[in-house]
Design a protein around this ligand. Structure first.
Ligand SMILES: [Zn+2]
Length: 429
């Protein structure tokens, strides 16, 4: 069995309130032992990585991943990427996320039906590098809502469409069963409208599916062992999600007090990912991508961003599990900059750097369905680890710098091996 010993590292374990110095031994794919300084671990036959005081922490989880989103400015463009090219782009994004320290990704929709599933399977088979991936369906939405583009697009063959439209409980049920057959882990349902769809009566404040439709989705998920993740910006949609037992609530931007009370009452089972990244860049940085908002749009975007900030600050105080993950892969929010979400949590939402890291690691492991296996530096846990040059508790932004991620380990194997000067192979005794 392969073994790696990290000596003299500053451990952020994902649970403890402070970092501590020590050694960490990895055997096979798991963490075998941890010793707090001044105690040390025997070197034995392990490969020794001299941490020299650098930080060792769990790999990050992206809670709202879209590995098949390729920076398209408008959703129509996704349908125009041929499936073959789209698969390659998705594989590249998977590697990019792992290069940036994300050892787990919980997908919030695939841009074509099987991209997530195929990429997950290839990663698991060791054919390409990438994070652990919970594969999602496309966006499943009622007609005339986010994802349903227009008549022309929806006449395209199903295998190149961006979304799936369903307009009855039976239709939702049937599609979820097909998706289960295809091997997804998560059904992604658009329960509310979105900022771009006010003209259709499906703005962010609209709740666009029925209780019966959502109940059908959850019923199939429960019977097939799948998770349900919901696009839910309106207050009504958040409440509907809690009532029906949806696992992951995305956005929650317009949650009112009643919705927040309901989320709090379900905080041991529900996860919220506000996806602060995209609304932030859309509001403040779209101009760098040639998109200039008129005054009315700008005011609208600022109001929604402020609402997200207000709601998330409240959720943090209520002990609701709020996770980083922010629609990276949309046009002004590039894939690979995902760790910026942790900085947004600190700068905008009032999280301490430690709270932001724990949200992205310990809560991330729970989101991935492996709360006792993933997301902490703890004996017996899977060795998904980052060796970081510097202290992310002092400056959370360093996690965005791949150059600072000097070691990236997934399941006990280095995806990125620390430079040779720090790695000393010790001959077997
Ligand atoms: Zn999304």
């Amino acid at each position: 069995m392969s073994a790696t010993l990290f000596t003299d590292v500053r451990i952020i374990d994902g649970l403890s309130p402070a970092a501590y110095r020590g050694d960490v031994l990895v055997e096979g794919e798991r963490i075998a032992a941890i010793a707090r300084a001044p105690h040390t671990l025997p070197r034995g036959t392990a490969e020794v990585i001299d941490g020299a005081g650098r930080t060792l922490m769990p790999g990050l989880t992206e809670a709202h991943a879209h590995l098949s989103f390729t920076g398209c400015r408008d959703l129509h463009e996704f349908t125009r990427i041929p499936v073959e090219e789209h698969l390659l782009l998705t594989i590249e994004n998977a590697k990019l996320l792992l290069d940036q320290g994300f050892t787990s990704c919980f997908s919030a929709a695939s841009a074509k039906p099987r991209l997530d599933v195929v990429v997950r399977n290839a990663i698991n088979a060791g054919r390409f590098p990438g994070p652990r991936l919970r594969a999602a369906t496309q966006e499943i939405t009622p007609s005339g809502n986010l994802g349903d583009l227009d008549t022309v697009e929806m006449s395209l063959p199903p295998q190149v469409r961006f979304a799936v439209t369903c307009d009855s409980p039976d239709a939702f049920r049937a599609y979820c069963r097909i998706a289960a057959r295809e091997g997804v882990d998560t059904f992604k349902i658009n329960v509310s409208g979105d900022r771009g769809f006010y003209d259709w009566g499906a703005g962010s404040d609209a709740t666009v599916i029925t209780d019966e439709e959502l109940a059908a989705v959850v019923q199939v998920a429960r019977s097939r062992g799948k998770k349900v993740a919901a696009h839910a910006t309106s207050a009504g949609s958040v409440k509907m999600c809690v009532r029906h037992g949806v696992d992951v609530v995305y956005h929650a931007a317009l949650a009112d007090t009643e919705a927040l009370d309901m989320l709090e009452s379900a905080r041991d089972r529900v996860f919220v990912a506000p996806t602060i990244g995209f609304p932030f860049t859309l509001t403040h940085e779209a101009g760098e991508y040639g998109v200039h908002h008129d005054a009315a749009t700008k005011a609208h975007l600022e109001a929604e961003l402020n609402s997200i900030i207000r709601v998330c600050t409240d959720m943090r105080k209520r002990g609701i599990r709020v996770l980083p993950g922010g629609d990276y892969g949309l046009f002004c929010n590039p894939q690979g900059t995902n760790a910026r979400d942790l900085a947004h949590f600190v700068d905008l939402l009032g999280f301490t750097p430690m709270e932001a890291i724990q949200a992205a690691t310990r809560h991330g492991g729970a989101l991935m369905g492996q709360p006792n296996d993933l997301g902490q530096v703890k004996e017996g846990y899977l060795a998904d680890l980052l060796l970081v040059d510097g202290d992310p508790l002092d400056d959370i932004a360093i996690l965005q710098d791949a150059g600072r991620l000097q070691g990236i380990m997934k399941g006990g194997r280095f995806h990125k091996r620390p430079a040779a000067r720090a790695a000393l192979r010790i001959a077997a005794e």
